[in-house]
Design a protein around this ligand. Structure first.
Ligand SMILES: [Zn+2]
Length: 263
C-alpha cells in the first residue's frame, strides 16, 4: 500500500489522500476536494483512480467528486446513510465493509458518528495500520459537532473504537490543524511536555510534508484522549467548578468539546 497525502493549501486546510496498490497502480482517492491536484499526483505516479471515498458529506470533502468522476470514471463510496446528501453514490458503507484496491490493498470501513452521523473512517489491513479519519480525529484534536453531529456520539466513537486500535496505527486526518490543536492541549494541560515538544517540532511546518502521528503519539498530545489526566481535570474544574473529584471520562470529553468550541 502506498499513501500520498495531498495538501490542498486552501483556507480550510484540507488534506486529500491517494491510496494505491503498488502491483496494479489502482488507486482510491479519499475526500478529493482538490481534484486537480489529486489527478495530477496520480498521473505523476502512473496510477489510475478507480474509486472515491468520502469520509462524510460536508462539501469541503465531496466538492471534487463530480470533476474527478468525469476525468476518471471512478465510483463514489461513502457511509450508507449519506446517499441523500452525496450525489452519485455507487456504494454505501457500513461497519466492517472492506474496500479492495487493486490486488494488495484492503481498507476496512469504521462507522464513526460524531462529527456528522454518517461518517466513516478507513482502516488499512497492513502490518502498520493506517487510519484515514476525516473530521473525526485530528492530530492533537477532535472534530466539531455543529454541522449535523453530536458530542455524545463522538465520545462513544473515541472511547469504543479509536482508542482500541493498535497504538502504532498511523493517523491521516482530513485537515491540517495540528498547530492550533497543540495550543489548545497546552492551554488545557500546561505541563504536557510532549505536546510542547511537538509544537516546537511541527510549528510552522510545511503541510505538504506534514508530520504523521500514531495513536500512541495522540494518546500523549491529544486532550481528547487524556480524559483521566489529573492536570486536564484540575484545569477543567476552573471552568466547571461543579466537576466532581473523579469525573467520568465521558463528562470530561463533553466539557472539553464545549470549551474547544469557544476557544
Ligand atoms: Zn466536516
Amino acid at each position: 500500500m502506498i499513501v500520498r497525502q495531498i495538501w490542498t493549501a486552501n483556507s480550510y486546510r484540507n488534506f486529500n489522500y491517494l491510496i494505491a496498490c503498488p502491483e496494479t497502480g489502482e488507486a482510491i482517492a479519499v475526500d478529493p476536494l482538490d481534484h486537480e491536484k489529486c489527478a495530477r499526483a496520480a498521473a505523476d505516479e502512473g496510477w489510475s483512480i478507480t474509486q472515491i471515498v468520502n469520509t462524510h458529506e460536508h462539501r469541503d470533502h465531496t466538492g471534487g467528486n463530480e470533476a474527478l468522476v468525469q476525468k476518471t470514471g471512478a465510483s463514489i463510496l461513502a457511509h450508507r446513510n449519506a446517499g441523500d446528501k452525496i450525489p452519485g453514490m455507487a456504494r454505501g458503507l457500513g461497519a466492517g465493509d472492506v474496500i479492495k484496491v487493486g490486488r494488495t490493498v484492503e481498507l476496512e470501513a469504521l462507522d464513526t458518528p460524531g462529527h456528522t452521523m454518517s461518517h466513516v473512517c478507513l482502516l488499512s489491513h497492513t502490518d502498520q495500520p493506517a487510519l484515514f479519519c476525516g473530521d473525526t480525529l485530528f492530530n492533537a484534536g477532535a472534530g466539531n459537532c455543529h454541522n449535523g453531529g453530536h458530542p455524545a456520539e463522538l465520545y462513544d466513537t473515541f472511547a469504543n473504537q479509536l482508542s482500541r486500535l493498535p497504538e502504532h496505527t498511523q493517523i491521516y486526518p482530513g485537515h491540517d490543524y495540528i498547530e492550533n490543536n497543540l495550543r489548545f492541549t497546552l492551554d488545557r494541560e500546561p505541563d504536557n511536555e510532549q505536546a510542547r515538544a511537538m509544537l516546537g517540532k511541527v510549528g510552522g511546518q510545511d503541510p505538504s510534508h506534514a508530520f504523521v502521528t500514531t495513536l500512541a503519539v495522540e494518546s500523549r498530545i491529544n486532550t481528547f484522549f487524556r480524559l483521566r489526566s489529573p492536570s486536564v481535570i484540575a484545569r477543567l474544574r476552573e471552568a466547571f467548578p461543579e466537576l466532581p473529584d473523579d469525573p467520568d471520562p465521558r463528562t470530561v470529553f463533553l466539557k472539553l468539546r464545549e470549551l474547544r468550541n469557544k476557544w
